[in-house]
Design a binder for this molecule. Sequence first.
Ligand SMILES: [Mn+2]
Length: 281
Amino acid sequence: MISLIPNSPALLVKSQKERILAIADLHIGWEITLSQKGIHVPTQTPKLLQKLISLLIEHKPEKLLIVGDIKHTVETAASGEWRDVPDFFHTLQEHVKEILVIRGNHDGNLEPLLPQNIKILPATGAAFLNIGFFHGHCWPSPTLLRCETFVMAHVHPVIVFRDQAGFRITKQVWIKTACRSDELAKTLIQKSNMQAEKNTEKTFQRYYDTAPKAFYIFIMPSFNDFLGGRPLNQKNQGSKDYAGIYSGPVLRSKAVDMENSEAYLLDGTFLGTISQLKAIG
Ligand SMILES: [Mn+2]
């Protein structure tokens, strides 16, 4: 069972035996990259750490799952990250038994920054308690289609509210979107080494002993709320359409209709569908 934690960019997956707390998009060290442009913001890492420790104390999960983008610099690690990231994880380990990380697009060269007993999982994702988790910058593994629910990150979803005086505020949101599992299965079969038959469902059945599921995708807000994000209800500047707003191959594919996806504030308030929210974007 999946539950979104009220007023937190985090969710809890529970079975009778186990509780897993999932978060995503920490982007530790984004303020270090600002300083290269002459803007000096004190390190925000202690605030992120405090927020996360409070959740671990309150919900007592056995596992902490981070769905990608631990650090901000993409390929290497900035010098401040060499200090902040290991310290962050050493402190976390005092509060939770097991930490797992699904690799995001910002997580190149992550291994030397993490304590040894933290498990790094591939960007194509992993299933926990029958929920398929992947970061979202690349396709998930076809094996995840055995899960009915997917959770991805990467998008940092926010909605912009603009009034007639021109004031703009943005709010972080959860996105829930329906997924056409047959479309997704077709693409993932093509991309893998599976021998495709005419019927997608049959092919899938042969390999995995089940029909492809994946009926819903939840998109997680970023745990680091200093980051903001690209408003999903606003056109790209200088562009007539919304191309490029929906990042990652899954959201751009035929499997997902982002226009009809639902946006929820972190307190659970339902705002509307993305296409309805364009009226205020
Ligand atoms: Mn990402």
